[in-house]
Design a protein around this ligand. Structure first.
Ligand code: B12
Length: 238
C-alpha cells in the first residue's frame, strides 16, 4: 500500500471508531499555518461534532429551556469524552495527540476571557478546514446535515490524515432567519468569508448579556446559554 492509500485507510478507521463511540460527524483538518502559535506544532486536527436533539431544539424558538440546558451539558460531556478517547486511540497507534475540549470553563482565564470572549483555539476553524460546513451569518458552523445544531471539540495530532476540503465562504445567501430571531439583536447579517473579523458578524457582548438574562429568567441558572440562532436555522431541519 502506498503512503496515500495508508493515510486514507487510517483516516477511515479513525473516523469509523469515533462515529461508533457516538459522534455525529468527524472530519480531518490540515491546520498548518492556521492554528495559533501555542498549537502550531500540531499539523492536523480531528474535528468532532455531536448533534443536538431535534425535539429539544424545536422548543428553543423564543429562548433557552431547561431541556436545552441539559442537552447542552450532555453534548459537552460526550464531546469531552470522545476527544479524550480519540487522543488515546491515536496515541496507541504510535502518534501524538492532544484533546482540546468542547468547553473549558474551569480553566478560562477569568478576566482575560471576560475582556476578549475568546479562547486559545476555535473549534469552528478546525471544522471549516475539515470541510464539515460553513460559518453562517450567525458566526456558527452550519453543517448540511444538522445545520448549526452541533457542538464541537478538536483533537490536535501529528498523525497523517486525509484532510477535507476547506470551506472558505458562507452559503447562507438571502436567508436572515437568525438575524430576525436573535433576542439580543446581535447578528448583523453579513455573509462570512475567511478573515472576516467576528465583530462584523455578531455583537458578542450583547449576545452574552442577553443569554445570561434569559437563562436566569427562564431556567433559573446563572450561565450564558441561549440557542435561538441554532434552533431557527432552516439548514438540516428534517
Ligand atoms: C467564547 C465563546 C462564546 C462567546 C463569544 C462567541 C463567539 N462567536 O466568539 C459567547 C459567550 C458570546 C458565545 C455565545 C454562543 N456560543 Co459560544 N463559544 C465560545 C468559545 C468558548 C470560544 C470562541 C472563541 O474563541 N471566539 C473567538 C472568535 C474570533 O472566534 P469564533 O467566532 O469562535 O470563530 C471564528 C473562527 O473560527 C473563524 N474561522 C472559521 N473558519 C476559519 C478558517 C480560517 C483559516 C480562519 C483564519 C478563521 C476561521 O470564523 C469564526 C466566526 O467568527 C467556543 C468554543 C471554542 N473553543 O471554539 C464556543 C462556541 C463557539 N459556542 C458555541 C455556541 C453554540 C454558542 C451559543 C449558541 C450559545 C449556546 N450554547 O447556546 C452562542 C452563539 C453566539 C454566536 N452567534 O456567535 C459553539 C458553536 C457550535 C457551532 N455550531 O458553531 C462553540 C464552538 C462551543 C462548542 N464546543 O461547540 N460563545
Amino acid at each position: 500500500m502506498g503512503r496515500f492509500e495508508a493515510e486514507k485507510a487510517a483516516s477511515r478507521h479513525l473516523r469509523d471508531q469515533v462515529l461508533s463511540w457516538g459522534a455525529s460527524l468527524v472530519g480531518f483538518a490540515d491546520l498548518r499555518g492556521v492554528a495559533p502559535s501555542a498549537f502550531s506544532h500540531w499539523p492536523n486536527g480531528v474535528c468532532i461534532a455531536v448533534a443536538l436533539e431535534p425535539m429539544v431544539m424545536s422548543g428553543v424558538l423564543d429562548g433557552p429551556t431547561s431541556e436545552y440546558y441539559q442537552e447542552y451539558q450532555r453534548a459537552n460531556r460526550l464531546l469531552n469524552d470522545l476527544a479524550e478517547r480519540s487522543a488515546d486511540f491515536i496515541s496507541s497507534s504510535g502518534h501524538r495527540a492532544e484533546a482540546f475540549p468542547a468547553t473549558i470553563v474551569d480553566s478560562f482565564p477569568g478576566e482575560e476571557f471576560d475582556r476578549t470572549l475568546s479562547v486559545a483555539f476555535q473549534h469552528k476553524t478546525a471544522a471549516t478546514r475539515a470541510g464539515l460546513g460553513w460559518i453562517g451569518k450567525s458566526a456558527l458552523l452550519v453543517t448540511p446535515e444538522y445545520g448549526p445544531r452541533v457542538r464541537l471539540a478538536t483533537v490536535f495530532t501529528d498523525m497523517p490524515l486525509e484532510a477535507g476540503t476547506p470551506v472558505t465562504a458562507g452559503r447562507c445567501g438571502d436567508c436572515r432567519a437568525c438575524v430576525r430571531a436573535c433576542p439580543a439583536g446581535a447578528i448583523k447579517g453579513q455573509e462570512w468569508r475567511v478573515g472576516l473579523p467576528r465583530a462584523e458578524l455578531v455583537d458578542v457582548v450583547a449576545c452574552r448579556a442577553k443569554m445570561k438574562q434569559l437563562l436566569l429568567e427562564r431556567v433559573g441558572v446563572e450561565d450564558a446559554v441561549c440557542g435561538v440562532c441554532l434552533a431557527v436555522c432552516p439548514v438540516g431541519v428534517r
